[in-house]
Ligand binder design. Sequence first.
Ligand SMILES: Cc1cc2nc3c(=O)[nH]c(=O)nc-3n(C[C@H](O)[C@H](O)[C@H](O)COP(=O)(O)O)c2cc1C
Length: 209
Amino acid sequence: MEFSDVVRTRRMVRRYDPDHPVPAESLQTILRNGTRAPSAGFSQGWDFVVLSEPSQRAAFWAATTDPDDEPDAWLEGVSSAPVLVLCCSDEGSYLRRYAEPDKGWADMDEARWPVPYWDIDTGMAALLMLLTAVDEGLGGLFFGVPPESHEDVHEAFAIPHDRSIVGVVALGRPAEAPASASGSPSRRPRRQLSEVVHAGRFGAPYQPV
Ligand SMILES: Cc1cc2nc3c(=O)[nH]c(=O)nc-3n(C[C@H](O)[C@H](O)[C@H](O)COP(=O)(O)O)c2cc1C
């Protein structure tokens, strides 16, 4: 697929075809491309926990939902995904990397970090996975784990407590229903270039060619 078509056609997929598992080769390509993401200091402070067995996915949904609640349309749809990839970030690996002689932040002071690069880089890896899924004829969704469920997900999958769960990439073949039909705010209009790009200084109009 043309790269620009991959970017243009990618949408978050919230309902999957139960009859189409993710081929092992596609999953490996998706994961491998994820690890091609850029990372500050090439720290690569990410880990990915792949849940491809039904029992593993059931354990994830059990850890993140209330059994007394009726599943809503979002959960009905997303829980049909045959693969979930838990994307974890590792702040410590950045603090250690930047304490090395070529970086020199030996105090490992968190205040040196203008924004959490460990979470940003893990998000970049997740985006590469989403794009690769499209290129593989599949679809994906990045979604967050509710704050109150983080501890349970750490426990369920033995994720060390120095890792943060940045989010989850669901993968699978999109169901025939419109990809973003349920639970999506994607009917909001896309902000135009002229609105989000500032030429030279904030507020100065940018003229798209
Ligand atoms: C950091 C982040 C968190 C998101 N969390 C959720 C989520 O919890 N549930 C969900 O259905 N979609 C989630 N989304 C998907 C957005 O709703 C979606 O990207 C946006 O509506 C634009 O739609 P599109 O990606 O299909 O173009 C998230 C996206 C990002 C980047």
